[in-house]
Design a protein around this ligand. Sequence first.
Ligand SMILES: Nc1ncnc2c1ncn2[C@@H]1O[C@H](COP(=O)(O)OP(=O)(O)OP(=O)(O)O)[C@@H](O)[C@H]1O
Ligand SMILES: O=C([O-])CC(=O)C(=O)O
Ligand SMILES: [Ca+2]
Ligand SMILES: [Mn+2]
Length: 656
Amino acid sequence: MYCREHIMANNRVGQNGLAKIQTQKKEADVCHDDSAAPVKAQTIDELHSLQKKKSAPNTPLKDTQGVFANNITEIERQKQQLQSISASLASLTRETGPKVVKGDPARKLETPKEAHVHHFSPTIGVSDSALKFIHVLYNLSPAELYEQAIKYEKGSFITATGALATLSGAKTGRSPRDKRVVKDETTEDELWWGKGSPNIEMDEHTFMVNRERAVDYLNSLDKVFVNDQFLNWDPKHRIKVRIISARAYHSLFMHNMCIRPTPEELEDFGTPDFTIYNAGQFPCNRYTHYMTSSTSIDLNLARREMVILGTQYAGEMKKGLFSVMHYLMPKRQILSLHSGCNMGKDGDVALFFGLSGTGKTTLSTDHNRYLIGDDEHCWSENGVSNIEGGCYAKCIDLSKVKEPDIWNAIKFGTVLENVVFEEHTREVDHSDKSVTENTRAAYPIEYIPNAKIPCVGPHPKNVILLACDAFGVLPPVSKLSLAQTMYHFISGYTALVAGTEEGVKEPQATFSACFGAAFIMLHPTKYAAMLAEKMQKHGATGWLVNTGWSGGSYGSGGRIKLAYTRRIIDAIHSGSLLEANYKKTDVFGLEIPTEIDGVPSEILDPVNTWPNKMAYKDTLLKLAGLFKKNFEGFMNYKIGKDSKLTEEILAAGPIF
Ligand SMILES: Nc1ncnc2c1ncn2[C@@H]1O[C@H](COP(=O)(O)OP(=O)(O)OP(=O)(O)O)[C@@H](O)[C@H]1O
Ligand SMILES: O=C([O-])CC(=O)C(=O)O
Ligand SMILES: [Ca+2]
Ligand SMILES: [Mn+2]
């Protein structure tokens, strides 16, 4: 930088009358304001190359043969990894997998050197897709995925708090009617099929047609994202998953939602136990057998593969893997659960069951307790373990005051789906439903300050069944007998809150067995029997908590204040509610407390909150009728080894 006086002094008037700028000045003539040494680069490119440090191989040198021997091992390992990825991406009708190379195709320098090249014999037909390279963006970091999303994916923006705002496209919720499972000799007998079951059948051949379509689509791209990660924090029952996707949004979502391997674990990853092919931007072919729309989510348990066509909603991957766990874990005598889970300072664990939008994430994220997980768990002989590595919170009307931990988790690294933000400041407006009501944040569980890492805990003490009752007739809290717990677990009642499933626009009564019929694979009574056995063995108490309406049905009453629900949950955790005075309700026969600290007593019995008692009674009977009708489908099943329990469960429903 030049000081003003020196510029003046150095400008001599030249021959043509213009000031001549002297380019070579004596040291003394120049004022320096930077005393630091100049950069060690001759060119801009060289300067830029200094910015990034190459990551060293992760594992320290194990063998004593020196650096050279280790280099070979590292190269060999890299080659095996590329071979494994190439095999995952292989078409099943062509001779070999595609040529894959690691790195960003935009960075030309990195191209074919490390390529995993196949040698074709001249007689084999070679397709165009076998001639090109696919760049694999393997387990990228959140920062790298941000750059990819912002550069290449329309609708990706950094919000004011650093989260990545994305759009999931035409689908903003799951598509349960488009989820299919391959029916083969094994699954025909093992799985739950028919009325009420989420497993809509397809045959092996059709699966292969869709698989080929997804693989061809992915192979046609210049680059794909590959995530190798884990499910289940119980190390003995950990499942290795590979997710192949076309969008940085999908890769970052799964980075957050699955368990993230350490560099050492990644080196030993080997072959995945399960693979997702997410070709969500590309539709399925409506002329293909079984296809009833352009969307298809296909599960093949024998091949351990899932194919996604025609939907970019990331929740399909999360819940698709959950379905897989609902198949694999019960085979190992482990109960898989659609529940949140947290633990008190004294090690008391609570499970929160409930359908979408009933409060699993909101109520398990509790500043006074350790968060084990918000949505998917396993209950084994050793206690509970989270299946996932992240949380997926609803954001609609999110309030900093009411849900501070979730609010603060929306920062750099978090994927924010389908939210609306202010164009200039990038401040998110959580009340805006312009894109969808089902706005979501996906963040790693460590973003919650009191997350329990590793996400495991002892056997549960309380099992809390959440229902968002749009009829407004279920009490805010009831203590359940074991038979009642089973009755309500199998019923899985709620009023589905708009948005999470396609096509649902306003709350309506829903029954979904095990509080997650969309994800279970076996008959509901199998899971129920396991739950009953575990609750009995470990002495857990069941509770029914209505997080829905009070003072009338949807439209006239209002949703129970979150602050009241939190006080109710506090009283369950502390054990004080167990000691309260109870009275029994008509029709549903529920034990309701007469008093809870911090909750107005009159709301504890819903009849008190309804201005019109006749309307209350009619609505109560209407809901009881719906429960009864729904349970007819389960009357002929025995639950557990004991027919006594089965009879008790049948008697634990509403009586009128
Ligand atoms: N009394 C209440 N109890 C719990 N949640 C409430 C209550 N009142 C309002 N809410 C709101 O209801 C929503 C509960 O959603 P939450 O994310 O906890 O659902 P979820 O059970 O985790 O569903 P999903 O399985 O779809 O993730 C939140 O937006 C929360 O703010
Ligand atoms: O799967 C989703 O999209 C969200 C969720 O947790 C559920 O619906 O249970
Ligand atoms: Ca949730
Ligand atoms: Mn869920």
